[in-house]
Structures are given as C-alpha cells and as structure tokens.
Design a protein around this ligand. Structure first.
Ligand SMILES: CC/C=C\C/C=C\CCCC/C=C/C(=O)SCCNC(=O)CCNC(=O)[C@H](O)C(C)(C)COP(=O)(O)OP(=O)(O)OC[C@H]1O[C@@H](n2cnc3c(N)ncnc32)[C@H](O)[C@@H]1OP(=O)(O)O
Length: 290
C-alpha cells in the first residue's frame, strides 16, 4: 500500500514538473467554438513535441493531431504514458482545442501495447508507478471532453487496442497484415476489468466473451464486422476520413455532446476514485517469468 502511495506521488510529481495540473477530479466543459484571444493575430497552427509524441493543433478547426513516434513499436513505457498524459492535459487546457485525432508515425504499428520490459525485473515501487500511469492514461483518455478519433494505421494489440477503444470513433487502415484486439489471454495474463468493460462497450458481451477468452487478434475486416472499429479505409484516405468524422462530431454543441459522453462513460469514475490494487511484484514475475 505504501508503494502504491509512493508511486502515486512520483507520477504526480512527473506531471507537476510538466506544469500540468494534476489530478483533475471532474470533467470540464469547454466553450462551443474554438476561440482566439482578442487583439492577437490568429496563429493557425501550434505544435509541441517530446521524444515519444508529436502534437499539432490547427487552431482554425480546433482539431489536434497526436502522433506516436516511439520506435520500434510505440510500446507504452512509463515515459510514454507520462508524455501521453501531459500532452492530453495540455490540449484539454487549451481553449482552442475541441477534438483530437490519435495516430502513429511508426510504419505498420499503431501501438504494441504496454511495454513488456516495464513489467520485468523492476522494483515494487516501479510496478506501482507504472500501473498507476497505465490507469491514468485510460482515465484521462476515456474521460476526455475532447472528441477523440483513433486513426489506426497499423497493428494495435492489447494496450494499443485499449487506446483505440477509449476514443469516440475508430477508423482503421485496410491491410491484411494489421491486427487489433485484446490478446492478453494468449500471453497468459488477464485483461483488467476496465480493459474488458471498454471492449464490451464497443462489441457487446458475446463477441467480447469469445474474443477475450481466446485472446484473439482480429484482422481488419473482422474487427469492422464485430464493431471493434467503426470504419475501414485505404491508407491514403485515413487522414481525410478522420478529419471528416471529426467535423461531423464537432458540428454539435460541445456542452450537449460532452455531457452525453460523460453520462455514457460514467463508470470510469469508479476506477478514478478508487485506483485498484497494483499487481504485486510476484504476480509480474510469475506472469512474465522474469
Ligand atoms: C497484472 C500484473 C501482473 C502481470 C501482468 C498481468 C496483467 C497486467 C497487464 C494486463 C494488460 C496488458 C496489456 C498489454 O498491452 S501487454 C503487451 C501486449 N503486446 C503484445 O502482445 C504485442 C507484441 N508485439 C507484437 O505483436 C509485434 O511486435 C507488433 C506490435 C505487431 C509489431 O511487429 P513487428 O513490426 O514485426 O515488430 P517486432 O515484433 O519485430 O518487434 C520489434 C521490436 O519491438 C519489441 N516489442 C514488441 N512489442 C513490444 C512490447 N509490447 N513491449 C516492449 N517491446 C516490444 C520486440 O521485442 C522487438 O524488439 P527487438 O529488440 O527484438 O528488436
């Protein structure tokens, strides 16, 4: 328990060093239209970057694009998760931003999921901090007031699939080599209940039961058929489609859409208010044999 508390403190300090407020306990409601401060020349584009993620915000449309750029496979390390939360928080605090498109700058991979090297041979405190960061990523993204669109341009197993599932809409590139799903059971581990719930919310109970028990990674057409992704497009159409979908969602009044989203996703507050126990060191070691 002390380790969990220490990890919470460490993660909070990482976020605080970035200048980001932490944590935010309740959803914020943003103005309906992107606004420029009066008297300033409108800067059409703003960008910020770290060594894991690139973010570009088009202030005229209010749409930001977040590109994962952590070779080789955009695995979700503690550093990646921290940078993700910082970037998302910056966008949420930017009154010019109303929507977020998440995609990958790495060819053929959206995200390979949790970084397996973070779950081997580390201290109890590290596991606790890592796990806290995984939860925080999901809480912030699933509960975000922004319109979130996943533009999935590569394979997206396990934690990568969770990121896509946490968005409001998923568009995936048609490619016979790409797969998506929660394959934890294949790895001999169990997807946490909040992974499972997010999956069930997208595909329904029966499809989720089969897919999760078998740890299936689905082809793109199969993922589309079962509702795991909403749309499938050729690679060259991905960005255009993501922008079009975003425009459709942003055409609604923010407050009505945000409150509806918050109502539909209210279960996330359960986890938010009571972070479940961090898996023990022996659990990690047993699972990954390290
Ligand atoms: C609870 C606590 C106790 C125990 C754990 C139990 C539960 C908690 C966790 C539950 C939730 C877990 C969620 C997860 O996300 S686990 C991670 C699951 N991810 C995967 O299974 C993906 C594995 N990777 C792939 O399938 C392929 O790599 C991928 C993404 C399709 C890309 O293929 P390709 O382009 O061919 O690239 P390579 O396979 O050659 O990989 C290149 C390079 O990257 C390394 N790598 C791949 N995935 C990961 C990863 N997830 N973490 C870290 N590193 C990864 C791979 O080893 C290669 O490295 P190398 O040094 O050999 O070049």
């Amino acid at each position: 328990m002390a380790a969990v508390a220490a990890a919470a403190g460490t993660f909070a300090r990482r976020m605080a060093r970035s200048g980001v407020l932490f944590p935010r306990s309740s959803p914020q409601v943003w103005p309906q239209a992107a606004r420029q401060p009066p008297g300033l020349l409108p800067a059409q584009r703003r960008a910020f970057s770290n060594n894991k993620i690139l973010v570009e915000l088009d202030t005229s449309s209010g749409v930001a694009t977040m590109k994962f750029k952590s070779p080789p496979v955009n695995s979700l390390s503690l550093d990646f998760l921290t940078e993700f939360c910082i970037s998302l928080e910056k966008l949420e605090n930017d009154r010019a931003c109303r929507g977020l498109i998440i995609t990958s700058a790495i060819p053929r991979v959206f995200s390979s999921g949790l970084d397996i090297t973070e779950m081997c041979g580390k201290s109890t405190e590290h596991y606790a901090e890592f796990w806290r960061a995984v939860q925080e990523m999901w809480i912030r993204l699933y509960g975000s007031n922004l319109v979130t669109v996943a533009a999935i341009n590569g394979s997206s197993p396990a934690g990568g699939c969770l990121i896509a599932l946490s968005c409001d809409y998923r568009i995936m590139v048609e490619n016979p080599k790409y797969v998506i799903g929660l394959n934890e059971a294949q790895l001999g581990i169990v997807a946490p209940f909040w992974f499972k719930d997010t999956f069930v919310n997208a595909v329904g109970h029966r499809a989720a039961e089969r897919s999760l028990q078998l740890g299936l990674l689905h082809s793109v057409p199969e993922a589309h058929r079962m509702g795991l992704v909403d749309e499938v497009v050729p690679e060259e159409k991905l960005q255009e489609k993501a922008v079009a979908v975003m425009a459709q969602w942003l055409a609604l009044p923010d407050h009505a859409r945000q409150l509806t989203k918050s109502m539909m996703r209210k279960t996330f507050r359960t986890l938010s208010s009571s972070h479940p126990k961090t898996p023990s060191r022996s659990h990690f070691q047993r699972t990954w044999r390290c």
